[in-house]
Design a protein. Sequence first.
Length: 286
Amino acid sequence: MFPNFQTELMQHSEGGYHCKSVPLEKEFVVQWFSKQKLIPPIDYLHFLSEIGPGIFFGGLLIVHPLESPIVKSVESETKQLARLSSSNMFVFGYDGTTEGCYCLHSSEKAENVSWFSWEDSTERSLSPSFNKWIEAKPKELFRTHSYAAYKNIANLEGVKLVMDERAKFNVRLLSFENQLVKSPDRPKDLLPRFNKVILEITKIKQSQLAVLTVRMMRLDSKVGKDNIEYLTVPVSDIPVGSTVRREYYLFDPFNQPFTNIKLEFNPLIDLSSKMRVRFQEIKDLL
């Protein structure tokens, strides 16, 4: 029933890019939902029994297990949803970044997939059926660049040379505004999701780098140590020996209150981390 998704799982199977559990017995799924007094769409039931729950596309799509004492599950997230909405929806997944969840309606007639926002308790429809929605995900979510993080590095020597080039810069965070705004280059965004930051960049020596990537951590949010975003800035026009101050807009994927922003700049890139793909200066070397 899911040829596009099955093909994606087979073609990009390296390094845990797709981490799925074993398929669930259809009878077990039917009985579980019956006990919860919920009616799952038939396509979703088939997905659980043919493919199973899992973390797909490096975390961009999470299909929850039905129940779990450790991780988010259909059971735990639906209980949270019930406190915010009187609809007959249940939660089945998550996109790995934003504050919301994927939902289905408990009904023999309604098959559409919806997105529910935890931020403002609103629902919007995404697709008329689970099958159409899930079969569109390989084309929508697969990124060659992201998948490279799960494979062996293609040009290790080239990456080392880039790290040598990164050592020719110093970067400091001078200030930030703790209020979300729209980025000037994305004025049509529905919601403001950026913090304005002022960086001080010094080019110590002549460098071949066109861009430089730094890690920015938002402190004291409920997301904790995972509230990190990467900012890539152009540096080719900075004169050697000069220090410049420039304004940038840092995306906030979580939209949670925080107290401070910490800039982390290290010329070395942790190549053991899958976040190495966030460093634009090595994207063609992975």
